[in-house]
Design a protein around this ligand. Structure first.
Ligand code: HC1
Ligand code: SF4
Length: 558
């Protein structure tokens, strides 16, 4: 084995691309603003500088490891250098930390504290710049940008959108949209992944909780809430549980304490999606028309297709997303209520805010989903209500829409929608058959997966992608005739909704644990298949009898 020496300790080199990764393996959390293992190396922030045995200074993120190399990470010179960088950054950075959306989660704040910055020797040159609040999903504040470029690389490299980039040079350099247009006028799809990697408050998720408190305190309004699959495994870590632990019961109880009148599970909506999408897919398989069928539950993906591949819109399922299906059912059910009824959705997703505002999802100008708040905003609500989450006793969701299946729950992880649809379509209804589906290639955190299944004696080819760059590459290979599929699941966020930008930020292991949390919930469900959820039959025989099209489908082609 090869090794290098870090602070007088031998450390093994095992395929790491740079010495930063080797150093971290040695239990040293070298600071950096601009290094993410899933993005290209930019090497601009210089916080990860180290000294070699000859005293020369280099950035650890852009230096490959070599056997015999000797590195020091914490010399007086390096400490001074890092403090200087921090002071320079702070000298033209807004310092209103207490009122910043990122307060407590800001990397700049954390490192200023870690390195004991008590005063900034340089004159404050920060200028007030206008917030860009044009997007329904995220808010940009240029005055808080430290030019690490993480958002730019995320938007370009992982999401293939390129809505933001560096503009100008020298002291005027900033991150901007083309021609400095408001973000809403660009190709931004609202995925929010830029906010996940932004180390400061320069890009944050839009916070809609203030409006919600008003609704909650209005006695003439009934406030109904639905909780997305991924939220139950994404929220716990910040509230005293382990990453990926399913705390659905506590979320339900907390929402009731906060003042919501009825609480439901978006997984119930997902069961309707499975039935409708499976039927749509069977029909298309018979006619061979409009294949591959692309899934439609991810709103950032739908937006991406509208902007970049309008000719593919006919291939996208006409199914409303589970959030919209459940909301449409809830609004229909409460049609004659005396009180005004408001539907709120708690989502792991920023793009759902945009989906809720689409004209397709309004009736007489009133949206089916009135408010979307993210998992992070729900944490704010819980804290603002002074609740001690870990001490709340778990409760069940309300009836009559309170039954879910395991299939609906796994929607929140990449491959989950596909697995749920396969369960519906598969002829083998045995417990063994159900378990075997998990081994067809649908599970796992990879950005691109393939599966083949037998359906009515025909081999069906499936692709599952997460991350829009992966989706784009796949579409190109289909168009070039190199690949052929019948069914394609697309989720914009790497890992699926569990990695949504509305969730507390986590790493690869965290996403794995969240996925495992959803698969556990499925294993513990006594109803595994969507069609076995009793509410399905009840509603198809009742409310949905002649309203399937009106309440469960959408036409993006208009
Ligand atoms: Fe998702 Fe979906 S799985 S899109 O990732 O189809 O957001 O969790 O709620 O609508 O069910 C998100 C999650 C969510 C929808 C469902
Ligand atoms: Fe790019 Fe997504 Fe951020 Fe929009 S929300 S700028 S698409 S990363």
């Amino acid at each position: 084995t090869e090794f290098m020496v870090i602070d007088n300790m031998p450390v093994e080199i095992n395929g790491e691309r740079n010495i930063l990764d080797v150093i971290r393996k040695a239990g040293i959390d070298l600071p950096t603003f601009c290094y993410y293992s899933e993005l290209s190396v930019y090497g601009a922030c210089r916080m990860c500088v180290v000294e070699d045995q000859w005293g020369s200074i280099q950035a650890a993120c852009s230096t490959p490891p070599k056997a015999g190399m000797e590195i020091r990470t914490n010399t007086p010179r390096l400490r001074k250098y890092r403090k200087m960088i921090l002071e320079l950054l702070l000298s033209n950075h807004c310092r209103d930390c207490t009122t910043c959306e990122k307060n407590g989660k800001c990397k700049l704040q954390e490192l200023a504290q870690r390195f004991g910055i008590k005063q900034v020797r340089f004159h404050n040159t920060s200028e007030d710049s206008e917030l860009d609040t044009s997007s329904l999903c995220i808010v940009r504040d240029k005055s808080k940008c430290i030019l690490c470029g993480d958002c730019v690389r995320m938007c370009n490299e992982v999401q293939n959108v390129g809505a933001i980039d560096f503009a100008f040079r020298g002291s005027k350099m900033c991150v901007s949209t083309a021609f400095d247009e408001p973000l809403a006028n660009t190709k931004c799809v609202g995925c929010g992944q830029c906010s996940v990697v932004c180390p400061t408050g320069a890009i944050v998720v839009r916070n809609d909780t203030a409006k919600l408190w008003k609704e909650l305190s209005d006695n003439n309004t009934k406030v109904i809430v639905q909780i997305a699959p991924a939220v139950r495994v994404g929220i716990g870590k910040e509230l005293g549980f382990s990453e990926g632990q399913n705390v659905m019961g506590r979320i339900v109880a907390a929402l009731r304490r906060i003042g919501f009148d009825e609480v439901f599970d978006t997984s119930t909506g997902a069961d309707f999606t499975v039935l409708e999408e499976a039927e749509e897919f069977s029909k298309r398989l018979l006619t061979g028309d409009k294949l591959p069928l692309f899934t439609s539950c991810c709103p950032a993906w739908v937006r991406y297709a509208e902007l970049n591949y309008p000719q593919l819109l006919k291939n996208i399922s006409t199914c409303r997303s589970p959030m919209q299906m459940l909301a449409s059912i809830l609004k229909e059910h409460h049609r004659d209520d005396e009180k005004r009824v408001v539907v709120v959705a708690v989502m792991p997703c920023t793009a759902k805010k945009q989906e809720a505002a689409r004209d397709e999802f309004k009736e007489d100008g009133v949206p089916y989903v009135d408010y979307v708040i993210t998992t992070q905003e729900l944490i704010h609500l819980i804290k603002e209500a002074n609740l001690i989450f870990s001490e709340i006793e778990p409760e069940a969701v309300d009836m009559p829409f309170g039954t879910t299946s395991g299939s609906g729950i796994i929607f929140g992880v990449t491959g989950g929608v596909t697995e749920a649809v396969i369960r519906r379509l598969s002829d083998d209804k045995s417990a063994f058959g159900l378990r075997a589906i998990a081994f067809t290639g649908v599970r796992g955190m990879q950005g691109v997966k393939e599966a083949r299944i037998d359906c009515n004696g025909r081999e069906v080819k499936i692709a599952i992608v997460s991350g829009l760059k992966n989706a784009d590459d796949l579409i190109r290979s289909i168009q070039a005739g190199e690949k052929q599929y019948d069914f394609v699941e697309v989720m914009s966020c790497p890992g699926g909704c569990i990695g949504g930008a509305g969730q507390p930020v986590t790493n690869r292991d965290g996403k794995y644990n969240r996925g495992a949390g959803l698969y556990n919930a499925d294993r513990m469900s006594n109803i595994k298949r969507s069609e076995e959820n009793p509410i399905i039959k009840e509603l198809y025989d009742g409310m949905l009898k002649d309203k399937v099209h009106k309440l469960l489908h959408v036409n993006y082609l208009k």
